[in-house]
Design a binder for this molecule. Structure first.
Ligand code: CO
Length: 170
């Protein structure tokens, strides 16, 4: 495994649509392993393949919404699609590709995502709260959408300083 360089908002790759993953071989597995290591090193909540310069539909999300006694773990979503949403949440969101900034974004409170695992097996997963926000944020990356373009507003430096509730960056 190796960490990969995270592209920042100046990079045109972040505004392009990613193509579906069709080959579930070793290159994909290496990519997902590297993305997990990169995300862990950056202490982020989620990472999409285009953020490391690979325009393929794959994301890794840290599942923090785990029952007591269970450890946080990474969810790998290949070719993910949101198939159902409910509720609404409005809150601060960040992105590893937009370091040092935060913005207010409204997202569904719960989303059901249909995806494939690293071997191409289809599955569904439901995310709530921060996990729902991360799913939406990462899937947006696959369509070339940065949250800064859909945020109601960005936080000021003063607000960032006061924001001590530990929001993680995606
Ligand atoms: Co992001």
């Amino acid at each position: 495994m190796a960490t990969r360089k995270i592209l920042t908002k100046e990079d045109p790759s972040l505004y392009r649509s990613s193509r579906a993953v069709t080959d579930f071989g070793p290159r994909l597995h290496q990519l997902l392993d590297d993305m997990k290591e990169t995300l862990q090193a950056a202490k982020g909540a989620g990472l999409a393949a285009p953020q490391v310069g690979v325009l393929r539909r794959a994301v890794v999300v840290l599942e923090t919404n785990v029952p007591e006694g269970e450890e946080e773990h990474f969810l790998e979503l290949v070719n993910p699609r949101i198939v159902e949403t409910s509720g609404e949440q409005t809150g601060a969101e960040g992105c590893l590709s937009v370091p040092g900034e935060c913005g207010i974004v409204t997202r569904p409170m719960q989303v059901r995502v249909s995806a494939q695992d690293r071997n191409g097996e289809p599955f569904e997963v439901v995310g709530e709260g921060l996990t729902a926000r991360a799913f939406c944020h990462e899937i947006d990356h696959l369509d070339g959408v940065l949250y800064t373009t859909i945020a109601q507003r960005m936080l000021t430096e003063e607000e960032m300083k006061n924001d001590d509730d530990g929001d993680e960056e995606d």
